[in-house]
Design a protein around this ligand. Structure first.
Ligand code: GLU
Length: 276
């Protein structure tokens, strides 16, 4: 049995708030209790939103929380070749297709209002002639996973399951995510693929993260099967809620760890408040 290894994987798109602290502390504490490893991974593939100053702030805030992690820290932007290799493997097996559609066209296709975040888009590969035409016009495209091709490759999704800590085996339902994007038009890679490649390369045995990512596990399990990667155990913790019952979120300008520090809150006081 490999050594218990977990990770905290923030994206440097803003300052950390209590919700991040809870997640990082929960994972760190689990590693400590198991005598295992705690890794930090910087998920910075989205160069349009990630900023070096946020990465620096993450390291500073986590150190303030008295967390320790192994070095070197894996920074996704430095490992794009790993994600491209994985994409190539899926492409070589005919499991992907180019998607030239704009966000608006996709939303029109699935008949949902633009504010609905659920985008279970299932497309269809274009004919060779149509694709050649769009490529000749220089139209940008994303690579999507074809659920239909994946289902054929695996002989169905029935055998796909994963262990959710404390809940036992869960049947994966990758269909609810639709044909997910594996490589975005703008940045050439995408979240699900990068995460499964990294979790495997970093030998993560336990993925501990917020329940907002519970749905992502289903598609990530499918990618693990298609890429022949091991499946970690998953633990999705409840999201921390603020005074108004709403979860903490960057976009709501939740009070940041930096704000807390500046107004004199100690890491001990925060840990006591969060109960970790
Ligand atoms: N980078 C993701 C986030 O900040 C977390 C990914 C994960 O834990 O799998 O929401």
């Amino acid at each position: 049995m490999s050594q218990f290894t977990t990770r905290f994987a923030p994206s440097p798109t803003g300052l950390l708030h209590r919700g991040h602290a809870f997640s990082a502390l929960t994972a760190h504490e689990a590693a400590r209790a198991a005598g295992g490893r705690f890794l930090l991974r910087i998920e910075d593939i989205d160069a349009t939103r990630c900023r070096p100053q946020f990465e620096a702030a993450i390291l500073e805030d986590l150190a303030w929380l008295e967390l320790t992690w192994e070095t070197p820290v894996r920074r996704q932007s430095e490992h794009l070749a790993d994600y491209h290799d994985a994409l190539d493997r899926l492409r070589a097996r005919g499991l992907t297709y180019r998607c030239f559609k704009t966000r608006k066209e996709i939303l029109d296709d699935i008949g949902r209002a633009p504010h609905d975040p659920a985008e279970a888009y299932v497309g269809a590969p274009l004919s060779a002639a149509e694709e050649a035409q769009l490529l000749a016009e220089g139209r940008p495209y994303a690579w999507r996973l074809s659920l239909a091709a994946a289902r054929v490759a695996l002989g169905g999704f029935e055998g796909l399951d994963f262990v959710e800590d404390g809940r036992g085996r869960i049947q994966a339902r990758p269909e609810t995510a639709g044909d997910v994007v594996l490589a975005r038009k703008d940045v050439g890679v995408a979240y699900h693929l990068a995460v499964v490649v990294d979790d495997a390369l970093q030998q993560v045995t336990h993925v501990i993260r917020g329940e907002d990512l519970a749905e992502a596990t289903h598609i990530q399990r499918l990618l693990q099967a298609l890429l022949d990667l091991p499946t970690p155990v998953y633990r999705h913790h409840p999201l921390l809620r603020g005074p108004h019952g709403r979860r903490y979120a960057k976009r709501d300008q939740a009070e940041t760890l930096r704000d807390l520090r500046w107004r004199g809150v100690t890491p001990e006081a925060l840990r006591a408040e969060l109960g970790v």
